[in-house]
Design a protein around this ligand. Sequence first.
Ligand SMILES: [Ca+2]
Length: 313
Amino acid sequence: MPRRIIIDTDPGLDDAVAILLALAAPGELGVLGIVAVAGNLPLAQTERNARRVCELAGRADIPVYAGCARPMLRPPATAEHIHGETERDRLLLPEPTMPLQALNGIDFLIETLRAAEAGVVTLCALGPLTNIAMALVKAPDIAGKIGELVIMGGAGFELGNVTPAAEFNIHVDPHAAAIVADGGVRITMIPLDVTHQVLSTPPRIAALRALGNRCGAAVAELLISFEKNRSARFGTRARALHDPSVIAYLLRPALFGGREVNVAIETQSPLTLGMTVVDWWGITGRKPNVQWMSTVDADGFYDLLTEKLARLP
Ligand SMILES: [Ca+2]
């Protein structure tokens, strides 16, 4: 029986790769649905992109829902300079023929979790946490139903990527992140500390292109687009790959290492808004609420990605 997952996402180049990785492992992961959120791009684009990725994978049967169109308190903030499409990118993903589901994504999350036995549904959060916080506000009883919530977000020793202190997903909606962190859910966080080790180098991209299938070719092109946008940051041609680590963690947890810590979210300070305040040394006495990942076997990650994507069309 595959592990049942719901992917909450804002595609997004790296989100697209994460969705494809999940769809490439049907023996291990059963994708119950995909819920789009505003983040990298406005909601109308993220829900459409989610459907385009499903079409690329030949999985028009996956239900795609739209959730929240803006953060809880803060004004919308996107990253179109990274994730917006050029004319060339537009050819990589097919136009969607599959419909957007009529049910709101928040209600899909609530109804699915309430109907399931406790612990069997895993949530994968690849964007700002608005949808998941809204679902927990509307139906706090679902906290006990979530088997695990695996979040790409936050930064510890690595510091931020959108401000000196904050990582993008948490910074876009820090209030949602604070609700989720305090929501009584079993949380695993995969922060920049991990994803900045998962670099899409030219040889790793070449291995994906060499698969010879349309999904491998599309991922290679997406990673090149992604790499172009901010390659100077790491002083090499490689770029960090964020969201697919969430799916890789579900497929091969042994690739990752970390520890149980308390994580609090800064929601007040203009200087450090959205910072994940990680009590790495256990000095606050606050109870651990997060399994915080800090290490990854990057070669093992790319081997897994390449092996699985070979199974897609
Ligand atoms: Ca994302």
